[in-house]
Design a protein around this ligand. Structure first.
Ligand code: HEC
Length: 106
């Protein structure tokens, strides 16, 4: 039984291609040091970001680019440096995850 569960989890990892598109990934990449789910910290809250870009056809791309190349003058005076240690596949996964938070951010 336990083995079967492990097998399914491993299969999911293979299919998704990236480690895991979730809060764990954000934590692993230190995003949560500046971003919180609900509340503004050093940077805007992830739900605020999701709400801003959810109706935007280019939203995922914009978020991904901001993660890879940094962002400034969009949310306040504090810029975000390029998150140079984040792999492109992970930036994509993070962008999709952040956007998915908009569902209950209405
Ligand atoms: C040192 C603090 C810091 C860290 C670490 C950080 N951010 Fe940011 N982030 C900011 C700040 C400040 C802004 C606002 C920048 C602006 O006004 O354009 C921001 C903005 C953003 C935005 C909005 C960009 C836009 O185009 O509107 C996204 C998405 C984002 N961060 C994701 C991430 C992710 C994902 C990580 C982890 C890989 C991360 N951030 C790590 C401080 C940080």
């Amino acid at each position: 039984m336990k083995l079967a569960i492990v097998g399914v989890a491993a299969a999911c990892l293979l299919v998704s291609g990236s480690a895991f598109a979730s809060e764990e990934l954000a934590k692993a990449n230190n995003c949560m040091g500046c971003h919180q789910m609900e509340q503004k910290g050093m940077g805007p809250s992830l739900k605020e970001i999701a709400a801003k870009y959810k109706g935007d056809a280019e939203g995922a791309k914009t978020i991904e680019t901001s993660i890879m190349q940094g962002s400034k003058d969009k949310w306040g005076t504090m810029p975000m440096a390029a998150q140079a240690n984040v792999k492109e596949a992970d930036a994509k996964a993070l962008a999709a995850w952040i956007l998915s938070l908009a569902a209950d951010a209405k």
